[in-house]
Design a protein around this ligand. Structure first.
Ligand SMILES: [Fe+2]
Ligand SMILES: [Fe+2]
Length: 379
């Protein structure tokens, strides 16, 4: 192999390592993401012996993860944003550079005595080379990645370039990730605010939405539905009765049996759930599931009287979960049914009110989970 194909091979290797560093990191917490990123840095820059990532918090840079260092000891280090010895000035990804510094001996005047003592214990007081680069979050400096080697030889030019590019990639990905996590948190909190609103409005159903979500998750998992569908079912299960916010308090909280007219009012809640949820963008599937959670397999349900596969499987799942929870919950006008009695009704209505495959999956999984989780068993 000649030199140029060797270089090509090495470059391909580095690019694949760089890409792999970010694979499957979307599900990780911020901290776990930074740990993975730091570990991958050692594959990209094999000269590095030890390293750490610092993140700014409340005006101080503190190590958040490390490789090769005693983390307990390293955690004693902190640098104020103002006395940060590095003095980065960058706001754009393209401005991120890597810096190499041979430290023959730390300048005692630049650091607190505590930090100097910690440097000595860590072995980073003198005679080492550090290669570091800033990390940005949305045009703001938030930290740095630093890699140390303890032999008297500089990092190669290629490694300096790789760290520069790597720090740009980390900054870009970290920004997207943190923004996505914030959006997800806001979304989850909004969903739970709506669930709480239903529970305040309809005092009989405290915990109902959360249990329906849990049972729906079990059933959907037993049916081996794809992950995306499972997530949609869980959210729709939590919000299926949100339309009850539009039903009068007198009817919802009536202590006795409902009159026919009152029942007709209650039956409007799927339509109202649809009207509330369709205001949320990208909620199409979830709206449909919530809207159809009272449709029966045999077409005798409401609001449209749809049957069989005209109703998505997710709505059939929520229907069984909803019915099971309603049956095993106490109401002012009746006692809760036992788990066994509820299962008998599911069996009896298999292929009539309920989708047969969903009942089969529900009974199988309930037998396992209800026995396993006695906290959920109500009878
Ligand atoms: Fe409902
Ligand atoms: Fe319900």
């Amino acid at each position: 192999m000649n030199n140029s194909s060797n270089d090509d091979f090495e470059l391909r290797d580095k690019i694949s390592l760089l890409v792999n560093a970010f694979v499957d990191t979307h599900t990780l917490s911020k901290e776990a993401f930074l740990v993975k990123i730091l570990n991958s840095a050692f594959e990209l820059i094999p000269e590095a012996e030890k390293g750490s990532i610092y993140i700014e918090s409340n005006g101080y840079y503190r190590p958040i993860c490390a490789k090769g260092y005693n983390m307990e000891l390293l955690s004693k280090l902190y640098f104020s944003k103002d006395d940060l010895f590095i003095g980065f000035e960058c706001k754009e990804l393209s401005e991120i550079q890597s810096y190499q510094n041979y430290i023959s001996r730390r300048n005692d005047c630049q650091f607190t005595p505590d930090n100097i003592e910690t440097f000595k214990q860590l072995g980073t007081y003198e005679h080492f080379t550090t290669l570091y680069a800033p990390l940005l979050y949305d045009h703001t400096l938030i930290g740095l990645i630093s890699l140390e080697r303890f032999i008297d030889e500089p990092y190669s030019v290629a490694s300096q370039e790789i760290l520069r590019f790597y720090a740009q990639s980390i900054s870009s990905y970290y920004t997207l990730k943190v923004k996505h996590d914030l959006k997800k948190k806001l979304f989850d909190e909004t969903v739970m605010a709506l669930v709480t609103a239903i529970e305040i409005k309809d005092s009989y159903t405290v915990g109902h939405a959360r249990r329906v979500m849990l049972y729906s998750e079990w059933i959907a998992t037993a049916l081996q539905l794809p992950a995306v569908q499972l997530e949609q079912i869980k959210i729709a299960a939590l919000l299926h009765d949100v339309g009850k916010l539009g039903i009068s308090d007198e009817i919802l909280n009536k202590p006795g049996k409902l009159t026919e007219e009152e029942y007709e009012q209650i039956k409007k809640h799927p339509e109202k759930s649809k009207r509330i949820l369709e205001n949320i963008s990208d909620f199409n599937e979830i709206v449909t599931l919530a809207y159809m959670h009272h449709e029966h397999y045999d077409g005798c349900g409401y609001p449209q009287g749809l049957e069989k596969d005209d109703v998505p499987i997710g709505a059939h799942v929520i229907q069984v979960a909803d019915a099971y929870d309603a049956m095993t919950s106490e109401r002012s006008y009746r006692k809760a049914l036992t788990h066994k009695q509820a299962i008998e009704i599911l069996q009896d209505q298999r292929g009539r009110q309920f989708h047969p495959d969903v009942v089969t999956a529900a009974i199988a999984i309930f037998e396992v989970m209800i026995n396993f989780d006695t906290k959920i068993q109500k009878s």
